[in-house]
Design a protein around this ligand. Structure first.
Ligand SMILES: [Mg+2]
Length: 232
């Protein structure tokens, strides 16, 4: 685990960069991968969405690393601590199990009133860090989020595709997202709407990624527990 000196950036890195660049699947955490419990600080509150394991497992089998990027303003607001966050992360990884491996989790504790920085979405600093750490080809990657700011981060990073789900804050953000999409130019990220992450199968997303990057089909193996990835 890596925390910056100011205590606002947090990285759990569980995979290593490979020599070849690979596309990645970026997932927001709250409202996409696990239920949004509004500043979740207790591991007992972790609930995986239906389809989460299968989504990640399928990405793993195609050699596509799955990377979580999450704003945790509850840290900056003093609602909970990084150790609380780490306990939630440990439980999430345990529930995902050994067949649904996450390559890295990037988090930041900034609030909307923090001084400007690019790690808090809609900034794309967390995605840029993942590109550097894991040799990710952002132009072939995709992101799934429930808030407009997730998708904006994806476009900021020049991802190939951004997807919006209705879970979490998605229902109330959908009209804002659709309005935003109409203003995007055709050469920005392609976009799609989903009900839940389970619906991602409906547009053959893995084919989309692997056709663009056929060499990414090798199996990818990585650790699943925080203990295995402790850096410092
Ligand atoms: Mg969210």
């Amino acid at each position: 685990m890596i925390r910056d000196n100011e205590g606002n950036k947090h990285v759990i890195l569980m995979a290593e960069a490979r020599a070849d660049t690979r596309p990645a699947l970026f997932l927001d955490r709250d409202g996409v991968l696990i239920e949004d419990r509004n500043h979740l600080k207790s591991p007992e509150g972790v609930r995986l969405y239906s389809g989460a394991k299968e989504l990640i497992r399928r990405a793993n089998t195609k050699g596509v690393p799955v990377i979580v990027v999450t704003n945790q303003s509850g840290i900056g607001r003093g609602y909970f601590s990084w150790p609380d966050y780490e306990a939630v992360s440990t439980t999430m990884l345990r529930l995902l199990g050994k067949n649904a491996k996450i390559a890295a989790i990037y988090a930041n504790g900034y609030t909307s009133s923090s001084s400007p920085n690019d790690w808090r979405k809609p900034g794309c600093g967390m995605l840029a860090a993942a590109k550097k750490d894991l040799n990710i080809d952002l132009a072939r990657s995709m992101l799934i989020g429930d808030r407009l700011t997730d998708l904006e981060a994806g476009v900021c990073a020049d991802l190939a595709m951004v997807c919006h789900v209705l879970t979490g804050h998605g229902e109330k953000e959908r009209s804002k997202v659709l309005k935003w999409w109409t203003m995007m130019s055709a050469n920005q990220a392609s976009r799609t709407v989903l009900k839940t992450i389970e619906d991602i199968e409906s547009f053959r997303w893995l084919d989309h990624l692997s056709q663009k990057h056929p060499e990414s089909q090798q199996d990818w193996q990585g650790p699943t527990s925080l203990e295995q990835c402790r850096i410092q």
